[in-house]
Structures are given as C-alpha cells and as structure tokens.
Design a binder for this molecule. Structure first.
Ligand code: G6Q
Length: 540
C-alpha cells in the first residue's frame, strides 16, 4: 500500500472510530437510502457499516491514490498484469456477450476463439442432453463426473448446486477432486459405467490429484465395459494442454480449450463450466454469462462512489487494516448457495494471500483476510454466538433473495425474517438498560447485553437466477481485484499452490519406495516410518 493510500486510510479510520451505528442512524433518517447501491440485479445495503460520508470520502481517495481506474482498464484491455507469470488476466472476455466486442492480447483479438469454444460447448451439451451423444453401449448419459481440483472444480461444483432449479434432473452431476480414493470410490458407487460421462478438467493436465483420479476412473470404465475403445465415448477433456490430453487417450476433437489468460479460480465461465452447461443447458449458461457481464460493465464504468465491487472492497480494507479484522464471514440465506463460501475462500485467499508487494518487498499491512461461512439459519445455531458476543471483530456479508424457488408454506418468510433480524441485532445490539426494561434480573444483565456495532453488508436480489448468480460471482471477483490493487500485490498468481504440487512428490517416493531411510525432517521421517509399518513396508 503506498503512502498516500496509507494516509487516506488513516484518516478514514480516525473518522470512523468512536461512531456507533445507533448514533449514525439516529442522526440521519436518510442513511439507509444514501448507503444503498444497485447493480446487475443486486441491491447492496451497506448502511450498517461504521462509515459516514466523510469516511467513505477518504476510502474513495485511497482507491484513487492506488491508481484503481488505470488498473481496471489495464485488466479489461488485456495487459499482462499477472507479471510474475507474464500473463494477461482476461476472465472478463469469457463473458463479454457483446457480439461486436474485440479484446486484444498481444495484438490478437481473443473473442473469435472465445465464441467458437462456447459454440462447441453448446453443440456438445445439446448432444448429451438430448441423448444424441450416447455411451459406448448405446445408453444415454445419466451421470456427468467432473474430475478436477481447485479452480477446475470449485466453480462448477458450487454453481451446479446454486443453479439446481435450472438443471436437467435426469442428468446428475458429480464432482471428484480429492486424491483421497474415497472421493472417487463413493462417486463410482453412485453411477453406472455405461451411462457416465467423465470430464477431465485440468488447465495443465498434469495435476497429480486430477490425473490420478482420471486414470483410476478410466481403468474402472474399461474394466466394467470390457473394451478400451469405450474411453472415446465416456471421456472428454477441458484443458489448455492438447498434447497431454492426447497422451491420456482423449481425442482432441473432444477437448474444450481455454487460454493461459484465464486463471483457474476465475475459470467457471470458460470451458471449465462444461459440466454446468450440460446440467443447466446452454441457454441458461449464456444467461449466467450475461449476469457476469452486467456486473463487469458496472465495475468498469460506474463511478467509485456507486461502484458495488469498489465499495465492498474498500469497506473490507477499512476493517482489515483499520480495525484488525482477521476474517470475514459470508452468510448466504439460500441453501442453493451452500458452496459459495468454499468457492470464495479460494477466490479471495488464493488471490490475496500474499506477503510481498509488486516490488517483491514485504507488505506493510495485512492483506487478504480469512473467508468463511455457512448458509443461514444453520450458522445462527452454531457460530453466530461469537459474532454477537465474542471478542473478535468479524464483518459479515449477508446474501439473500426475495423469492424462493421452493415456496413451501411460510418457510421462506421465516428464513428472511432471520436474515433481516440478524443484521439488525449485530448493528444495534441490546443495551443493559433495554435488558432491565425487559425485566432481565440484574445478575444476568451482563450476559444478555449485546454491544452491537458489528458491521454487515446486505446483498439482496429478487431471485437466484443464472443472471443474478453470474453477477454475484463477478461482484466478488472484482472486489478481490480492487483490494489487490490497493495493497499493491499480485492477485493472479499462486506460488503457494505450485509449492504443494512439488512437495508431495518427494514424500510419495519415501512412502512407497524400497529405501528404508527417508530424506525428510525427523518428525516427518518418524511419521513415514509409522505409516509404512502399518502397511507392512518395513524390512526387519
Ligand atoms: C487456481 C489455482 C489452482 C488450480 C488447480 C488445478 O487459480 O491455480 O487451484 O486451479 O491447482 O490446476 P489444473 O487446472 O492445472 O489441474
């Protein structure tokens, strides 16, 4: 974070501290309206934050001092802003629905390839959905198993739950990511080989977990169907690595490509979303892209003061760096968004979990926070106690919709009553006097008092549709981007992930090799020894 940003943040913190939400609301009856924004089908009410016009003014000045406007344009126009990997960052091109749009990387328009891949995905999805594409024995595909991990899993896995109401119920999507054999084995128990399509989703097609699971699935299929030729009808690939795909035995005709300028955790709107497209159909998939694109346009063009990703990002920085918040909670009051926080964990923590700035120097302040959460109201019966009365400061995003896809009696009204009531309780708490007025015995007053003043954002849409879902994901993507810009860190690399990919290889050879002496540290060596003993791999 540069000095000018630090100074503005400091002013924002000074102007913010000591203010209570009770006072802020009492002072300004128009506060809720003033601190509410709309974009791409979402309303953001951020009035229950520890801010007023003055605080927001300093936060906006901080964004300007970071050169945010320039950075936004650099991303959208395909500059190589992912400098440590020397790549452009163009997930926004994947959902650019303008048929005339051109987006250049090194002088080449990428949009024709983007459109072509989408059209190929569409053609293939329709074949699978209508039964034109059949398995080796002539049966229709009833199960789609996406084998991938990290960015090649979390997006489609989260989205296929989120958009269940739009799914073709006769085709079930499964996601296998973990190299724990249990994940694959339990999935294979639930499917029939003759009716199953495997999508091997891996940008590099070398990731150990994915390739091991894909090889095991291929053996299972060949064994069950009794013919190696079956692979062609039951395996397709999503990758950037054509040679590796061929080596695995998948015809590149059945490979759907993407490009090095699509980061794994930003790849849901690319061919990585193939399983989702098969499930919800191309039309709904394109509606999702439209939703993404509406939020992209809003982010690129709205003034910072009215810009939803910018506002969310700056509030997050205020709390991370000004109030010492170590985490934030994402609390969707929608069962269909049950995987959202797992998805956002990767998006945010992999992007902004960095300790050096763009010049390679240690950062001067905390960067990406810990992200966590569970759908409401379950969390209310679990961890909300800490949110209300714990010693930690945890800002929260509450996400909900006015209409449910499943109207059952008054259940949705009850859900939303909790949704609204929780942010109210967190903001305004309950004073000791209020407790007394309710007749709480004096000895219990300290326990029943709620300090309040705990900030929340409320995100509300009419309904969770492919459009609003796409817009929601884009909102968080851009929020993370803005924070990376202010912190002056590289948000689009992930060297920590690469480290893990290398480390396990050395340990694996100690676990399985002939050698009885191991090359790790003393603790790890002892654990390896114990493991090998149980498996009878210790020579006496
Ligand atoms: C995402 C990360 C990481 C990646 C996985 C899978 O941004 O780079 O989560 O997506 O490691 O990589 P492959 O797609 O290459 O298998």
């Amino acid at each position: 974070m540069n000095d000018e940003c630090k100074a503005e943040l400091q002013k924002a913190v000074e102007a913010s501290k000591g203010k209570t939400l009770r006072e802020l609301f009492a002072k300004d009856p128009a506060r809720a309206r003033k601190f509410t924004l709309s974009a791409a089908g979402w309303t953001l009410d951020y009035s229950k934050n520890l801010v007023d016009r003055q605080v927001m003014g300093h936060l906006m000045a901080m964004a300007r001092a970071a050169g945010l406007a320039v950075e936004i344009e650099r991303m959208f126009t395909g500059e190589r802003i992912n400098a440590t990997e020397n790549r452009a960052v163009l997930h926004t091109a994947l959902r650019n629905v303008d048929p005339e749009a051109q987006v250049f990387v090194d002088g080449r328009d990428v949009m024709p390839d983007v459109r072509k891949t989408l059209d190929r995905m569409e053609e293939f999805s329709i074949k699978v959905r209508t039964g034109k594409w059949r398995g080796f024995t002539g049966k229709r595909i009833r199960h789609v198993v996406n084998i991938g991990i990290g960015g090649s899993d979390l997006g489609p896995a989260m989205a296929s739950v989120a958009l269940t109401p739009y799914s073709k119920r006769s085709i079930k999507c499964h996601f296998v990511s973990n190299v724990d054999p249990t994940h694959l084995a339990e999935t294979l128990r639930a499917v029939k080989p003759a009716e199953t399509l495997f999508i091997v989703a891996s940008k590099t097609f070398t990731t150990q977990e994915t390739m091991s699971n894909a090889e095991a699935a291929r053996s299972w299929l060949v064994e069950r169907l009794g013919d190696r030729g079956a692979v062609a009808k039951h395996f397709v690939a999503v990758s950037t690595a054509a040679e590796e795909v061929e080596r695995f035995g998948i015809d590149t005709e059945n490979m759907f490509g993407f490009w090095d300028w699509v980061g794994g955790r930003y790849s849901l709107p690319s061919a990585i979303g193939l399983s989702l497209m098969i499930s919800i159909g191309p039309r709904n998939f394109r509606k999702m892209l439209k939703g993404y694109s509406r939020m992209d346009r809003h982010f690129r063009t709205a003034p910072f003061e009215r810009n939803m990703p910018v506002v969310l990002a700056l509030l997050g920085i205020l709390y991370s760096n000004g109030y010492g918040a170590q985490s934030y909670a994402v609390l969707p009051y929608d069962q269909y968004l049950s995987r959202l926080s797992a998805y956002l964990q990767q998006l945010d923590m992999e992007s902004n979990g960095k300790c050096v700035d763009k010049d390679g120097r240690p950062v001067c302040c905390d960067t990406g926070p810990v992200v966590w959460g569970e759908p409401g109201t379950n969390g209310q019966h679990a961890f909300y106690q800490l949110l209300h009365q714990g010693t930690r400061f945890v800002p929260c995003d509450f996400i909900g919709e006015c209409r449910t896809h499943n109207p059952v009696g008054d259940l949705h009204d009850k859900l939303m009553a909790n949704f609204f009531a929780q942010t109210q309780a967190l903001a305004f708490g309950k004073t000791a006097d209020e407790c007394r007025a309710e007749g709480v015995p004096e000895g219990l007053v300290p326990f029943k008092t709620f300090e309040g003043n705990r900030p929340t954002n409320t995100l509300l849409a009419d309904e969770l549709t492919p459009e609003t879902f796409g817009a929601l994901v884009a909102l968080y993507e851009h929020k993370v981007f803005v924070q990376g810009v202010v912190w002056n860190i590289y948000s689009f690399d992930q060297w920590g992930v690469q480290l893990g990919k290398v480390l396990a290889k050395g340990v694996l050879s100690d676990l399985t090799g002939e050698r009885q002496s191991f090359s790790q540290d003393a603790s790890t060596n002892a654990l390896i020894e114990r493991y090998r003993k149980v498996l009878g791999r210790t020579r006496r």
